[in-house]
Design a protein around this ligand. Structure first.
Ligand code: UFG
Length: 331
C-alpha cells in the first residue's frame, strides 16, 4: 500500500485535506507536532506526532510507510509573529522544509504539493492578482513561502522533485458535514472572531476604516476550505499523471470588505454584531483578490461553495457547537 504523507495534517486546512484524501480512496498519514494542530482533527488516518526538525523521526516514518507523495502544510503561519520572531519562521518554514526535501530525496519520493500563500505577492500592483504578479512579500512569513517556492523551482529544474505550489487567498468556512473546523489559539482571523463576537455579544475590532476601498475597510478573497482541499487533490493527481510542476492561485476571484463580512455574519447568525473601529493592523494590504484562471484552466478546479454566506454558515455551524461547550469567550 502507498501512502500520502501530510505534514501539518492536524491543522485547519490539513485536516480538511486528509478528509478529502480518505473520501477519494487515498491513504494519508499525518505528521504533525501538534503545536497548533489538534489530535481530534485526525480521525481515520495514522497520526505520527513528530517535528520536521527531528530528522530521525522523519526518516523512520519514510522507512515504515511506503510514501508516494507529500502534501506539506506544517509551518508557522502568523504574519505578526513572523515580524517579531523572524528566526522561528525561517527555521520552521524554511530549514525544516529543506530537511523534508532531503529526506524525500533519500527515499526517492519526488512529488510534493506545497501550501503557499497570497502573502508571497505583498502589496498588489494590480487586481486581480495572477501568478505572474511580481513577488514582494512584506513580512518574514510571506518571505519563507516565497523562498521555499524558489527552492522547489531549483530542485525541480535539477530533476530532483516535481511540485505544485498552491497560493491560498483567505481560507474560510468549515467541513459542511460538521466534522472539522477552524481552531487557532490565539485566533487572529476575521471570520472566527466575528462569529465569537456574535455568540458572546462582544464587539469585533475593525482594523482600519480609512483604506482606499468603497467602504474604507480591507477587501479579501475568501475561499471555502473544502474547495481549497479539493485543489490539493487535483494537484496531487496532476503530479501522478506525470505532468509539469507549477504554481497556482487558489481564490474565488471575488472580494469582500471587512464590513461586508460582518453584515453577512449578522444575517447568518441572526445576531447584531457591535463593531469597534480600530487603527490599521501593520502590514495589511488594502485589497487581495485572486485570478484563479490558471487552476481552473489547467487543473479543472471549480469551487463548490463560492458564496461567502455558505462559508460563514458552515463556520457558524461548527463554531456554535464549540462555543456552546464553553463557559466564556476563548482568548
Ligand atoms: N481583521 C479585522 N479585525 C480582526 C481580524 C481581522 O478587521 O479582528 C481584518 C484584517 O485587518 C484583514 C481582514 O480582516 O483586513 C482579514 O484578516 P485575516 O487575519 O482573517 O486574514 P489575512 O488576510 O490577514 O491573512 C490571510 C491568511 C494568512 C496570510 C495572509 C496573507 O490567513 O495566513 O492572508 O496576506 F498570511
Amino acid at each position: 500500500m502507498s501512502f500520502i504523507l501530510v505534514t501539518g495534517g492536524a491543522g485547519y486546512i490539513g485536516s480538511h485535506v486528509v478528509k478529502e484524501l480518505l473520501q477519494k480512496g487515498y491513504q494519508p498519514i499525518v505528521y504533525d507536532n501538534l503545536d497548533t494542530g489538534h489530535r481530534e482533527a485526525v480521525r481515520e488516518a495514522p497520526l505520527i506526532e513528530g517535528d520536521l526538525a527531528d530528522g530521525e523521526k522523519l526518516r523512520e516514518t519514510f522507512q515504515t510507510y511506503s510514501i508516494k507523495a507529500v502534501i506539506h502544510f506544517a509551518a508557522s503561519c502568523l504574519v505578526e509573529e513572523s515580524v517579531e520572531h523572524p528566526l522561528k519562521y525561517f527555521k520552521n518554514n524554511l530549514s525544516n522544509s529543506i530537511q523534508l526535501l532531503e529526506v524525500m530525496e533519500e527515499f526517492q519520493v519526488n512529488r510534493i504539493v506545497f501550501s503557499s500563500s497570497a502573502a508571497v505577492y505583498g502589496e498588489p500592483l494590480e487586481i486581480p492578482i495572477s501568478e505572474e504578479h511580481p513577488s514582494a512579500p512584506t513580512n518574514p512569513y510571506g518571505e519563507t513561502k516565497w523562498m521555499f517556492e524558489q527552492i522547489l523551482q531549483r530542485s525541480s529544474k535539477a530533476g530532483r522533485v516535481r511540485y505544485i505550489s498552491l497560493r491560498y487567498f483567505n481560507a474560510a468556512g468549515a467541513d459542511p458535514e460538521g466534522d472539522l473546523g477552524e481552531d487557532h489559539s490565539p485566533e487572529t482571523h476575521l471570520i472566527p472572531l466575528v462569529l465569537r463576537a456574535a455568540f458572546f455579544g462582544k464587539p469585533i475590532s475593525i482594523f482600519g476604516t480609512d483604506y482606499d476601498t468603497p467602504d474604507g475597510t480591507c477587501i479579501r478573497d475568501y475561499i471555502h476550505v473544502t474547495d481549497l482541499a479539493h485543489g490539493h487533490l487535483l494537484a496531487l493527481q496532476r503530479l501522478e499523471s506525470g505532468r509539469d510542476s507549477g504554481i497556482y492561485n487558489l481564490g474565488n476571484g471575488k472580494g469582500f470588505s471587512v464590513r461586508e463580512v460582518i453584515q453577512v455574519a449578522e444575517r447568518v447568525t441572526g445576531e447584531k454584531i457591535a463593531v469597534h473601529e480600530s487603527p490599521r493592523r501593520p502590514g495589511d494590504p488594502s485589497c487581495l483578490i485572486a485570478s484563479s484562471e490558471k487552476i481552473r484552466k489547467e487543473l479543472g478546479w471549480r469551487p463548490r461553495y463560492p458564496e461567502l454566506e455558505t462559508m460563514i454558515q458552515t463556520a457558524w455551524n461548527w463554531h456554535r457547537s464549540q462555543f456552546k461547550a464553553m463557559s466564556r469567550m476563548p482568548d
